[in-house]
Design a protein around this ligand. Structure first.
Ligand code: UT7
Length: 329
């Protein structure tokens, strides 16, 4: 029998995990130089704000990073794995083509029986997954969800393409979202525009027992940059209006961590000072679907985001996809 519909859903615990292998810009520049490819710490910091990223060892899969993050979130929420009745993993780098990474994580956590599935919305994946979990809790399809963003983007990077390989990293973040009588998630909005499929994609596919086509991430950085700045502003205003709130009521902006310049522009457009923006891109790079829950957990554990704070999550990425969630933490 399905649980009763809830008035709200609320985050009761956050967690995250970075693989131990930290790669500084200087480390990466040295690696690329061995192949005759030139880049520098100065270029990467100036254009992106990234100083380092973490890469998982060859033996670590997305589900392994996800399980670490999930355990931290469950512990923070004071919740046992068997109390979870919905598990969503947002990822573009699943362990297998199928089954879903969510089912693999479910098994590794020793859970069974609840719904488990992956969401594929690239860097907007966590925002999509959180909005879906909120809807499912409010309609009575679930009571306690584990929502994870996890990636091993290092596996799909072309280390001969300096325009993309310096930008991304690996990691995972998670939240426990529970039915609640107090808010919670206040408003969400999700969008996509498939006309822009080609500006950020991994075009390869598996057929006839082989990867056919190009298996690496390809991006038109400037096109993504321009689109991102516009859609993030409009979707943020839209969720604020839905919740009857104004931008100055936002205590913390937790944007997708792609580029410090996009984040600063988003904050500026909303009239938010830089010290209300959570930034982790400097030490983590762009971890795609993992970046927002990683940033959220970093700010919660660092004592910045406190209970009751108003938090605006902003996602944008391949598809083209974008979305936002406004919540009281
Ligand atoms: O999570 C998904 C969302 N993704 C994003 O949000 C990414 C959005 N885009 C961006 O963040 C930026 O467009 C980039 C960081 C990718 C690039 O920054 P940019 O300021 O748009 O640089 P650019 O592409 O205009 O390139 C400027 C120059 C070029 O050289 P020339 O043509 O001016 O001689 C590039 O070849 O920088 C060169 N360049 C590099 N130089 C050193 C490109 N990559 C590198 C590099 N190191 N790694």
């Amino acid at each position: 029998m399905n649980p009763s519909p809830a008035n709200y859903s609320r985050i009761t615990g956050t967690g995250s995990h970075l693989p131990p292998g930290r790669v500084s810009n200087a480390d990466l520049a040295a690696r690329l130089a061995a192949d005759g490819i030139e880049t520098s710490d100065a270029w990467i910091v100036e254009r992106t704000g990234i100083k380092a990223r973490h890469f998982a060892d060859a033996g670590a899969q997305t589900s392994d990073l996800a399980v670490h993050a999930a355990r931290h979130a469950l512990e923070a929420a004071g919740c046992r794995p068997e109390q979870i009745d919905l598990l969503i993993v947002a990822t573009s780098t699943p362990d297998m083509i199928f089954p879903s990474t969510a089912c693999i994580v479910q098994r590794k956590l020793g859970m069974h029986g609840g719904a488990a599935f992956d969401v594929q919305a690239v860097c907007t994946g966590f925002v999509y997954a959180l909005a879906m979990a909120d809807s499912m809790i409010r309609t009575g399809l679930a009571t306690r969800a584990l929502v994870i963003g996890a990636e091993v983007f290092s596996r799909i990077l072309d280390f001969k393409d300096r325009t993309t390989c310096v930008l991304f990293g690996d990691g995972a973040g998670a939240v426990v979202l529970e039915a609640s009588d107090t808010p919670g998630v206040l408003a969400s909005e999700l969008h996509a525009d498939g006309r822009h499929v080609g500006i950020l994609c991994v075009p390869g596919q598996v057929a006839g027992g082989q990867v056919t086509g190009d298996p690496f991430l390809r991006m038109d950085g400037q096109a993504v940059f321009k689109l991102a700045v516009g859609v993030l502003d409009s979707v943020s205003r839209s969720v604020l209006a839905k919740a009857g709130r104004t931008a100055d009521s936002v205590r913390w902006l937790v944007p997708h961590q792609a580029n410090i310049r996009i984040m600063q522009s988003a904050a500026r457009k909303l009239g938010l000072p830089a010290d209300r923006v959570v930034v982790t891109v400097d030490e983590q790079g762009n971890t795609s679907a993992a970046s927002i829950p990683l940033a959220l957990d970093t700010a919660v554990r660092g004592g910045r985001i406190a209970r009751g704070d108003s938090v605006l999550l902003q996602g944008v990425g391949g598809g083209f996809t974008w979305g936002a969630v406004l919540l009281d933490f």
